[in-house]
Design a protein around this ligand. Structure first.
Ligand SMILES: [Zn+2]
Ligand SMILES: [Zn+2]
Length: 378
């Protein structure tokens, strides 16, 4: 018997003696208990027990599987609505008279296939348009390229449009012809009682055309696995571990379905001088004690190789942080427009490891007149 039809007719919840809202745990518990009681080994020669055992097993086979259970619930919900005497309270009813001969299972089957097709983007039967799969590629960037963005070429081997037939699937010199069954629509109408279902055409797998002379390279699929080059624009400010999605650069779809995406996984090498914090760049800059004590302009490196002046106040503490506006990462996106980060400079007072005699004597003079500021000596 057709599974959907069997579902429609049997109350598996009742078979297991549980409520329709039973949890997965309760279902398993009820099943185990009944299975132990009714097991043929426990009831030799008892045909009734054996039948019950089969029912219980069939019920658990469905209710014990989350996916099957929800489909079963759907069948049960839709079925009585139209199948019961006088129709149901729902918004539509099945014309049962037209369905005698076991068609209801087929009808429900089609409805579920249709639902899955919409939800998952592919049809379970392999017929009809199917979206191509996503392809993953790795890209290693150096720090500066990740900050500024670049256009690069990715080399990857993946399913791609067949180069022999340009994806048509037809042997070069021949062309796919319009499907005679669906007239190129890719779907056929199937009248079942009050309903008219459109289902993908099986003659052309929903593509609307048929290939009489398939391409030898791809055997008519229009897809071959081959090395290919993909030009990719990597935006400024990508970070290590980020994935960039390039829409429509993955595997071609089947039967007229859309192409999948290319997912580029980015690794960014660290820089020996600069760090990153979002859009801001960070850099540590050593200064001399006189520069920190007396103040003045210091040269600060930027990522593009140029330097900018940063003015230190007299008495700038070691470890203090200073902001150079607009010298961070500049990003442009449709959503946010152009935004620029800053360069965050951490000043580190450099303590000399060797001194000339003259330096030593000056510092010794300084030492005699210097005490630690009580505010900073906690
Ligand atoms: Zn081909
Ligand atoms: Zn067709």
């Amino acid at each position: 018997m057709d599974a959907q039809r069997e579902w429609f007719e049997k109350d598996y919840y009742k078979v297991l003696g549980i409520d329709a809202d039973a949890t997965a745990k309760e279902i398993t518990k009820a099943y185990r208990k009944l299975a132990r009681q009714l097991h043929p080994d426990q009831n030799p020669g008892d045909d009734a027990a054996e039948d019950r055992f089969k029912d219980v097993t069939a019920a658990y086979d469905v209710l014990g599987d989350e996916t099957k259970r929800s489909e079963y619930d759907e069948v049960r919900r839709l079925g009585p609505m139209g199948g019961g005497p006088g129709g149901g309270p729902g918004g539509f009813s099945f014309n049962v008279g037209d369905m005698q001969g076991g068609d209801i299972g087929d009808v429900l089957g089609q409805m579920f296939r249709g639902q899955r097709g919409r939800g998952g983007g592919r049809s379970s039967s392999g017929v009809g348009p199917q979206r191509g799969s996503d392809v993953t590629a790795q890209l290693n960037l150096d720090f500066a390229d990740a900050a500024t963005g670049l256009t690069t070429t990715l080399y990857l081997t993946s399913d791609a449009q067949c180069s022999t037939c340009s994806g048509s699937g037809a042997k070069p010199g021949t062309h796919p012809t319009v499907c005679g069954l669906c007239g190129g629509r890719g779907v056929v109408d199937d009248n079942q009682g009050m309903f008219s279902f459109s289902s993908p055409c099986r003659n052309c797998q929903g593509s609307g055309s048929v290939i009489s002379d398939p391409c030898a390279t791809c055997r008519g699929t229009g897809i071959e696995r081959r090395p290919r080059e993909v030009k990719a624009r990597i935006p400024a400010g990508v970070s290590d571990g980020q994935t960039i999605r390039l829409a429509g650069r993955g595997t071609p779809g089947r039967h007229g379905g859309p192409t999948g995406d290319l997912l580029v996984e980015i690794s960014v090498a660290p820089h020996d001088r600069f760090g990153r914090s979002g859009r801001n760049l960070t850099v540590n800059v050593p200064v001399t004690f006189p520069e920190a004590a007396l103040g003045g302009d210091i040269d600060v490196p930027t990522l593009d190789g140029a330097t900018v002046k940063l003015r230190l106040r007299p008495g700038t503490p070691s470890g203090s942080r200073h902001r150079v506006k607009g010298k961070g990462i500049i990003t442009t996106s449709k959503r946010e427009g152009t935004k620029s980060g800053d360069l965050i400079v951490t000043v580190e007072v450099d303590v000399p490891t060797t001194l000339t005699d003259a330096q030593r004597s000056v510092i010794e003079q300084l030492a005699e007149t210097t005490t630690v500021d009580p505010r900073t000596s906690t």
